[in-house]
Design a protein around this ligand. Structure first.
Ligand code: BMA
Length: 799
């Protein structure tokens, strides 16, 4: 027999002073207290500030249950957050201090026929971390919280976009596993492709209760193999071959074909979906430094990525539907790669299942971020144990294409003054350069490992050298204007970003300030970055006049975020194949906040999301400065050739075409081509009222304006609006009577539930567009015709 019985009901949580309250398992104390009405919502206004005591309080979870029978019964906890003592019927069965591991204890002899009492006591994560810090010595980090002294998600202690909500709780499933004879203690499928044959080498380790001979069987789509495991043996390997296999491809290259792999011993069954594909990381030296090219099934893939953070500060609220919604939003913006950032978690199987299905590539950071981490025990042993578990758990997923050692810690050691503060103490180098690569190599040699983000491939090089490996570009945003992206010739940009506030409806829901202003207390609390609002204001300089009033501030900063990232991505993609990847910081948020995200904490898409959809399209037309003039660069990330004619026009703001040309563009599969424009097109007679427009089949229209917005003589935008009711929403038919740049409708201003399918549409005089709004029945054209619902760049400059 093999039977898993979840223990998810009947739980309560209490502290020495509060409760008991009903508790959700899996869950966490904050959400339990919230559901019990014992605390206000930590995401609203500045409530967070009043709730730090929760993370400093010990909490006890308890339940009772009747027995299950079995030769052997194990208590299995997939994840405990974090410093836990587990007691069954008054007997301590285990103590844990690592959120990133799962645990199993043999409790056969402790169980009673009825009335079993299970308690899990969580001690304060702060107490533990501070004790470890005091024992091992203080080390530098980026935030004033002791997150590197405990194996718990770093951003749970707060980040420059996230609240400090130090959780405790049974955050993963817990249950009783009754079994007999033998069980699969671990299953490692090593998947490879040999010509047209798919091969899975299934490496199994067993736990056994008897000497009875057992057979391990593995099957994939009707192809099966088995091996008998003699008495006393606890490891086995079986190879299954699948002829004429269909490959798993990342989106844009083919279908993400998945196969069911089933492995069993005695009655214990393990099932996962796998994909047949190969992955290599090409980091060879070349004339420009050394490259960073991901090859899947031999095809070099340009990574159009986004950084992924935990989608809720309370991660136990993120279920499969939420993962699907968020990842799909990424995919719909053209994203083909998610980097699971190291300040969060090893992402869930739900996350990876969805990435597998959608053909999205994933790079998983080991969870270390922005700090010097001690390498001594207890942390050293915990790190190795968690890495061994997690590499095995995630290796069936074809979407996982790279392990990365950490976020910014090698860079931090080099550039943030750590050596002087460390005085010779360990800082994590041993994890990133020795322990973690050894674990990956031993357990899952099918995947590349890269020591850090950023990292240049050689300890002798500066870890953030743009000419080698991966780079993070943060001078833009922190100190430099976004045009500075244009000075970089990076091989692979693993982080770069620019902030903007969330959608109006998101701010309005989470902040009760009246009126809302950029400086009002709630808005200020929902901005966690050092000098964030000053940087937003500085970022507008030279691009837009300083906005007056909240509505213009919101629109100007959101538009500027979209412009900054557009500028960066168009430049980086135009460098292909020198540059082979861009990973925008960041896709999502974990609460309502002003941040670098494209999708805000309530799941609303910011203007940046719509900009990404254009600049992350597989085929891109972009105007770029080249050799003192302008060029049209055509980028083709598809596996087929792109041949088209492109009409390029130089147009005055009133719509008069002053010059034009038709170019034949022929871009090889996966390539890019550059056509330098004649001076008649590429130099403007007036720097304040002309633009270039490029139209070609297979790509969105490209624009290049003769100056920065602040310098342009935009006409006052004239847009006529007609509405039609449609099932579930309203269609907006917009016609521009003048040039209108970056037209945007904000439906959440009309109805918080409403969404629109396009934003940032630039129209020449006389052109029209129909926008589809869902989630509102408001068809009053007047409502949709003016600010703050209808906006354009024109009205930020026109005033
Ligand atoms: C990098 C990231 C995050 C951070 C972001 C914005 O440091 O790795 O740690 O949130 O920049 O500052």
């Amino acid at each position: 027999m093999s039977e898993l019985r979840p223990l998810h009901s009947g739980w309560t949580v209490r502290s020495s002073e509060l409760g008991p309250f009903p508790a959700e398992v899996p869950g966490c104390v904050h959400t339990d207290l919230l559901a019990a009405g014992a605390i206000p919502d930590p995401f609203l206004d500045a409530n967070e500030e009043e709730l730090h005591w929760i993370g400093k309080t010990p909490w006890v979870y308890s339940t009772s249950f009747d027995a299950v029978a079995g030769d052997r019964v194990d208590l299995v906890a997939d994840g405990l957050d974090t410093v836990a003592t587990v007691t069954l019927n008054g007997v301590e069965v285990g103590r844990t201090a690592n959120q990133h591991r799962g645990y199993r204890w043999d409790v056969t002899s402790l169980l009673r026929p009825a009335g079993n009492e299970l308690t899990v006591r969580f001690d304060s994560a702060y107490d533990y971390a501070e004790r470890v810090r005091d024992a091992l010595g203080v080390r530098p980090n980026a935030y004033p919280e002791p997150f590197q002294y405990i194996r718990k998600m770093a951003c749970n202690f707060g980040w420059d976009w996230g609240p400090t909500v130090v959780t405790a709780g049974i955050w993963q499933p817990i249950g009783l596993h009754s079994w007999s004879v033998a069980r699969l203690a671990s299953v490692r499928p090593l998947v490879s492709v040999d010509g047209t044959t798919g091969r899975v080498e299934v490496l199994v380790s067993l736990e056994r209760t008897s000497d009875a001979p057992v057979v391990v069987r593995a099957s994939v789509s009707g192809f099966e193999a088995s091996v008998e495991v003699p008495a006393g043996e606890v490891s086995a390997s079986v190879v299954v071959e699948v002829p004429d296999v269909e490959l798993w491809w990342p989106r844009g290259y083919g279908a993400a074909r998945l196969y069911d792999l089933r492995v069993c011993v005695a009655d214990d069954v393990w099932e996962r979906r796998i994909g047949f594909r190969t992955v290599e990381l090409d980091t060879a030296a070349d004339a420009d430094g050394s490259r960073f090219v991901l090859r899947v099934n031999g095809e070099p893939v340009f990574v159009r990525g986004v950084n992924w953070i935990p989608d809720d500060a309370f991660v136990t609220r993120v279920g499969r539907a939420r993962y699907r919604e968020r990842i799909t939003q990424g995919v719909e913006a053209g994203v083909n790669y998610l980097r699971v950032w190291g300040g969060g978690r090893y992402e869930s199987d739900d996350f990876y299942d969805i990435a597998d299905e959608l053909g999205v590539l994933v790079g998983q950071d080991f969870p270390f971020a922005c700090a010097a981490y001690p390498e001594e025990d207890p942390l050293g042993a915990e790190v190795e144990a968690e890495a061994r578990q997690q590499v095995v758990r995630l290796m069936p997923h074809p979407s996982l294409v790279m392990w990365v050692g950490n976020n910014e810690n090698i860079w931090g050691y080099h550039d943030w003054g750590w050596p002087a503060l460390l005085e010779g103490r360990t800082w994590g180098e041993g994890y990133y350069l020795r322990v973690l690569p050894a674990v990956v190599h031993e357990l899952d040699p099918t995947r590349p490992y890269w020591p850090g983000s950023p990292y240049s491939g050689d300890p002798a090089l500066h870890p953030n050298d743009p000419a080698h490996g991966t780079t993070h570009i943060w001078d833009v945003w922190n100190t430099h204007d976004y045009r500075h992206y244009g000075t970089y010739r990076p091989r692979f940009v693993a982080e770069f970003g620019f902030q903007a506030p969330p959608a109006f409806a998101t701010l309005r829901r989470s902040v009760s300030d009246d009126p809302l202003t950029p400086q009002s207390p709630g808005v200020a609390h929902h901005q966690k970055a050092l000098g964030g609002n000053d940087k937003l204001a500085r970022g507008l300089e030279g691009h837009f006049p300083a906005p007056v009033g909240f509505d213009d501030w919101l629109w100007a900063t959101q538009l500027n975020q979209a412009r900054a990232i557009t500028f960066g991505i168009e430049h980086f993609r135009s460098l292909k194949p020198l540059c082979m990847g861009t990973i925008v910081w960041q896709l999502n948020d974990n609460w309502p906040v002003t941040s670098w995200s494209a999708i805000d904490g309530d799941g609303r898409r910011k203007p940046l999301w719509f900009a990404l959809r254009r600049v992350y399209a597989e085929r891109l037309l972009t105007f770029q400065p080249r050799d003192g003039g302008l060029a049209l660069v055509a980028v083709n990330d598809t596996p087929s050739r792109w041949s088209t004619t492109v009409s390029v026009r130089r147009v005055t703001f009133d719509g008069t075409v002053v010059a034009d040309v038709t170019l034949s563009v022929d871009v090889p599969a996966g390539g890019a081509s550059t056509a330098v424009l004649a001076p008649s097109l590429g130099s403007f007679a007036s720097s304040s009222s002309e633009l270039l427009v490029a139209d070609g089949d297979g790509a969105d229209r490209a624009f290049w304006f003769s100056g920065e917005d602040a310098e342009l003589s935009y006409p006052a935008a004239k847009v006529s609006v007609r509405t039609t009711a449609v099932p579930g929403g309203v269609d907006l038919h917009l016609t521009a009577e003048t040039l209108v740049r970056d037209l945007a409708v904000f439906p959440d201003r009309v109805d918080p539930a409403a969404t629109v399918d396009r934003q940032l549409v630039t129209l020449l005089p006389g052109e029209s567009v129909t926008l589809h709004v869902l989630g509102t029945t408001n068809t009053d054209a007047a409502v949709w015709s003016s600010a703050p619902v209808l906006r354009s760049a024109n009205d930020l400059v026109q005033g």
